[in-house]
Design a protein around this ligand. Structure first.
Ligand code: FES
Length: 376
């Protein structure tokens, strides 16, 4: 249909047209030839139609139930840290949390998708259309109204108005899913990761001494049950060592000895700067070092990779994941390159009367990725 013919339709004329007429006009205006356009169910309320309706409703119900299950798991499933060796049952329960959250949310989204596709296939009018391609420019009023008529007509012919089962279950499925999506967004308010106390909480690391027991710095020898403590003379100037916490009371406890290497927030880089290095110390942490020895969390503050390289020449700790660099020689392990935005937390250390390194106390700030800083 030409532009000239399109302009012949005034708003008054359009207002007088029935929806059927607008549907026909719409297809003509778009140069669409409807080869076939028929209702899926010309005879209403047949058993087959009711069966199709039940199938769609079933998927919406499944979507709603999955979304509710997701919500229940998200809010009520127990979670925390449990040592897999000494508390395998607790560990198993905790380890199910993430898979269950993912499974139920995924099932809900998938079920809504399947229900919508099935509804389109089983109830929207069956049409075979051939359309000429147009160059794009803004739609005119007549185009807008005829397109709206086409959409409304398709919805009407699908019988949505009288399919209360589908309407109700769609409301249930999509509503519960929407609620689930909302809870994901505000999940931080539902669960308080800072609510727990103790060495297994997010507020503390295994460097916390609960009863005044010394926490030694222990190196990894490759054998979890072999205890090798660190003394200042063990590390050359410019050298470093990765160390883990050790308590004398755990010397004969195989589980505890192995666990020290498994906690993500435990590893620390013990660095011996070259003599004469005078790093700027962080306010309030001026006595965290022991002479030229500085201990920093090994967990990158970007997204938690181990910062496993210490470059003697530049005095920088390097994270291999996204190339963040932390300047140990000139500052207190401040990030000077890469995506990390927060200094590596420093562990306060000293040497005991027997000459072994010990931690003075736990870290005083969160270890690992910067988002833990959200504790306000
Ligand atoms: S995890 Fe270290 S730079 Fe990304």
């Amino acid at each position: 249909m030409s532009e000239q013919q399109k302009r012949e339709y005034t708003e008054a004329e359009l207002a007088e047209m029935s929806r059927d007429e607008k549907v026909r006009l719409g297809t003509e205006l778009d140069d669409v030839e409807l080869v076939e356009y028929r209702d899926r169910w010309p005879v209403k309320n047949t058993r087959a139609e009711r069966r199709a309706e039940r199938t769609v409703a079933l998927w919406f119900v499944l979507a709603g139930l999955s979304a509710l299950a997701f919500l229940a798991v998200f809010i009520f499933w127990p979670w925390g840290y449990a040592d897999p060796l000494s508390k395998p049952d607790e560990y198993f329960v905790y380890s199910l949390y993430t898979p269950l959250v993912g499974f139920f949310l995924g099932l809900s989204v998938l079920s809504v998708g399947i229900a919508v596709v099935l509804y389109g296939k089983k109830f929207l009018p069956h049409e075979v259309a051939v359309q000429q391609r147009h160059d794009g420019h803004g739609s005119e009023e007549v185009d807008r109204q005829t397109t709206a008529a086409l959409l409304a007509d398709a919805g009407n012919r699908s019988g949505i108005a009288r399919r209360s089962m589908i309407k109700r279950t769609a409301g249930f499925g999509a509503g519960a899913l929407g609620l689930g999506a909302g809870v994901v967004a505000i999940g931080g308010f539902v669960r308080n990761p800072w609510a727990n106390e103790g060495p297994n909480s997010l507020q503390h690391t295994p460097w916390l001494s609960e009863n005044g027991e010394k926490i030694y710095l222990r190196r990894s020898t490759g054998h979890p049950h072999e205890v090798s403590l660190v003394r200042p003379e063990d590390i050359d100037a410019g050298g470093f060592e990765t160390v883990y916490p050790f308590r004398e009371s755990e010397r004969h406890d195989e589980h505890a000895l192995a666990k020290a290497f498994k906690r993500g927030d435990a590893p620390v880089m013990l660095i011996r700067l070259r003599p004469g290095s005078k790093p700027i110390k962080r306010k309030g942490q001026e006595d965290f070092n022991y002479g030229d020895f500085y201990a920093y969390s090994k967990i990158c503050t970007h997204v938690g990779c181990p910062t496993s390289l210490f470059e003697q020449q530049t005095g920088r700790l390097l994270c291999p994941c996204h190339q963040s660099q932390f300047d140990v020689v000139n500052t207190y392990a401040k990030p000077v390159f890469g995506p990390a935005t927060r200094s590596l937390p420093q562990l306060p250390i000293t040497v005991d009367e027997e000459g072994y390194f010990v931690a003075k106390h736990d870290f005083i700030e969160p270890v690992g990725p910067a988002y833990w800083e959200r504790k306000a």
